[in-house]
Design a protein around this ligand. Structure first.
Ligand SMILES: Nc1ccn([C@@H]2O[C@H](COP(=O)(O)OP(=O)(O)OP(=O)(O)O)[C@@H](O)[C@H]2O)c(=O)n1
Ligand SMILES: C[C@](O)(CO)[C@H](O)COP(=O)(O)O
Length: 250
């Protein structure tokens, strides 16, 4: 028997895109990820944004539970080129569950994972690359984030009148967190295996990793990585796309 070690399989980075939400805050219509921005579904913008990074060779799209076949044929209409493989799996009732289902579809050779909201279709490739590079350089969990413009108050929530303010956190210590959030695969899998939330689930993946006691680090986010959540965000997204078209014929 040879005493030469088997060469390690090359590390592979995959993106998981949770896209199974309804988009209630956006108002009535198709599931949010399937709504059009400049004539192209938001999900297609998000998939292209991940595939634009040379670090990413596989994209797993987590589709609305009843809509995986529709999403598969939609993505087939917008081919990405041979460098990027795209899988589609059905999602779950919460974002957390959808990400977990996306992780379950990853092949064994994937060692790093970027989790990216379909609802952040315009994230620039430099942001994706910065997150992927920080994971490749050894950080187990990386989030892109921006400082806040508003002052933030902690309140005692009330449905029936003015809400008492409990505290004003020091704004200089706060960051608004975006996606893609990047992880060493084993760390993210452990977080999903061990962290159980009731109801709506965890609002981001890095928070679940924090609960393991693993350090999460922040790299600079980007204004164009904003989350399309409410109707006014659609206006902003169309304006960003119009500016890109004017600037570089995008
Ligand atoms: N069961 C769910 C819920 C959310 N998401 C995804 O998680 C991302 C962030 O969620 P959010 O912006 O809250 O989307 P929605 O849940 O669709 O929005 P809303 O809360 O307004 O219904 C989105 O890409 C969304 O498709 C998902 O994959 N599965
Ligand atoms: C993951 C996230 O985009 C980070 O800001 C955010 O927490 C998602 O929240 P949502 O309520 O599911 O949109």
């Amino acid at each position: 028997m040879s005493d030469r070690a088997t060469p390690a399989a090359p590390a592979r980075t995959a993106a998981v895109i949770p896209a199974a939400g309804r988009g209630i805050r956006l108002g009535p219509g198709a599931p949010k990820a399937l709504r059009a921005l400049s004539g192209t579904p938001m999900l297609v913008h998000a998939v292209r944004a991940m595939a634009a990074s040379r670090a990413v060779s596989l994209v797993v799209v987590v589709a609305p539970p009843e809509g995986a076949a529709e999403v598969r044929s939609l993505l087939d209409e917008f081919p990405l080129g041979e460098r990027t493989e795209v899988l589609v799996v059905p999602g779950g009732a919460t974002r957390q569950e959808s990400v977990r289902l996306g992780l379950a579809a990853l092949p064994d050779d994937v060692t790093a994972v970027l989790v990216h909201d379909a609802a952040r279709p315009l994230v620039p490739v430099d942001t994706v690359d910065a997150v992927a590079a920080a994971v490749r350089d050894g950080a187990p969990a990386v989030v892109p984030a921006l400082p806040l413009a508003d002052t933030v108050k902690q309140v005692e929530p009330r449905e029936d009148g003015p809400e008492p303010v409990v505290a004003t956190p020091d704004r200089a210590l706060l960051r608004a967190v975006q996606t893609p959030q990047g992880f060493d695969r084993a760390t993210l899998q452990e977080a999903h295996d061990k962290t159980v939330f009731d109801g709506e689930g965890a609002t981001d993946d890095a928070g679940m990793v924090e609960r393991l006691g693993v350090e999460v680090v922040v790299v600079p986010g980007h204004e164009e990585a904003f989350k399309v959540t409410r109707p006014l965000d659609l206006v902003l997204a169309e304006a960003v796309l119009a500016r890109r078209r004017a600037n570089d014929g995008f």
